[in-house]
Design a protein around this ligand. Structure first.
Ligand code: TXA
Ligand code: MG
Length: 324
């Protein structure tokens, strides 16, 4: 299969992507979080092709991307008031709502579960595609199972070239980390995957407590310990450990340090990356940095432990799994 390169900013390429999707093709799409691998969510064959291209187990459900909150009722039933409150506050944006699925939804999308994940993405070119086509797109992150999520078209192609019909290039992802997933199907409201929208923000909109269980049994593959992994072993270390590792390094190690790292102590190392200070800039560069270091055939990536405050929870969650 030859993977077409399409430019999301060109109207004819956007239309070509829509034509491929309508014909049952699978197309990598830009979102504000990470690139997704999309199929028409009403087409079981196309959805099955997404699982095959990613080598993802069939019981791991996909998020359905819709054009606006009025489309929620096409996919979900018994929608609670909280869903409308959160959708009004955060859509389009990096929040996935878990709801009870509508009867007609193919069980392939939901991995056999009775719930469905929905989100309206805010990437403007993708939003234009969704609104003009009327399509709903089932899309997991556009990476092989367990590997790092892509934040550019080039990273998608590095792993999936020849396995998908096209990649729609919309530039680099603005956020760089996957959406927050909030479960609205149980008695208590739970964040199942931390992300750019924090539990505190959700709780403030709903004016009620929101749980963030450390461990849960819901089939969220991002919930398995090993996920989001580069091929090079990644180790999370304190500053003191980092300083010691740098001293004893032999030249084939990568060091990723925080913005306030003492520059004077950086020796003549081949791969030192200094991460930005703010959480949003840090998150935007995280996967990109790991993808780039992964290409350099280094023995280890030593990563300095980021701040542990609540707004850094998603970064810490992904790094913990990447280093598991
Ligand atoms: O930001 C994102 O969420 C990106 C972009 C492409 O939208 N998508 C993404 O998809 O990260 P994926 O498949 O890599 O991760 C989605 C997570 C998975 O852990 C999946 O199990 C969970 O959402 N999920 C989806 N539907 C679910 C459901 N009905 N019940 C429980 N978990 C669900
Ligand atoms: Mg993923």
């Amino acid at each position: 299969m030859i993977t077409k390169r399409l430019n999301a900013a060109a109207q004819e390429d956007l239309e070509a992507a829509v034509a491929l999707l309508r014909a049952g093709g699978i197309v990598a799409i830009p979102t504000e979080t990470v690139y997704g691998l999309a199929a028409d969510a009403t087409n079981s064959r196309a959805v099955a092709a997404v699982f095959a291209a990613k080598q993802r187990p069939a019981d791991h459900p996909l998020i359905v991307h819709i054009a606006d909150l009025d489309r929620m009722s096409d996919w979900a039933v018994a929608i609670p008031a909280e869903a409308h409150m959160l959708a009004s506050a955060f859509w389009p944006g990096p929040l996935t709502l878990l709801l009870h699925k509508a009867p007609g939804v193919t069980p392939l999308v939901t991995g056999g579960l009775e719930t469905i994940g929905l989100r309206v993405p805010r990437q403007p070119l993708l939003l234009r595609l969704l609104r003009s086509s009327g399509l709903a797109l089932a899309a997991p992150s556009a990476n092989p199972y367990k590997q790092l999520s892509p934040t550019s078209a080039a990273q998608v192609l590095a792993k999936l070239d020849g396995r998908i019909d096209a990649v729609l290039d919309g530039g680099e992802c603005d956020i760089g980390l996957e959406s927050t997933i909030v479960d609205l199907t149980g008695e208590e409201i739970r964040v199942l995957r931390s992300g750019p929208i924090t539990a505190a923000q959700i709780s403030a909109v709903l004016n009620k407590p929101v749980m963030t269980p450390e461990e849960h049994r819901v089939a969220v593959p991002g919930n398995i310990a090993q996920h989001y992994q580069p091929a090079t072993p990644l180790h999370l270390v304190s500053r003191n450990e980092m300083l010691a590792k740098m001293k004893s390094a032999t030249g084939s190690e990568a060091f990723v340090v925080l913005a306030d790292f003492p520059v004077a102590s950086i020796q003549d190392q081949s791969a030192v990356v200094i991460m930005p200070e703010t959480k949003s800039a840090f998150a935007r560069l995280l996967y990109k940095t790991l993808h780039e270091l992964d290409h350099r055939n280094l023995r280890n990536i030593w990563f300095e432990l980021p701040p542990q405050s609540e707004d850094w929870l998603d970064v810490n969650d992904r790094l913990r799994r990447a280093s598991s």
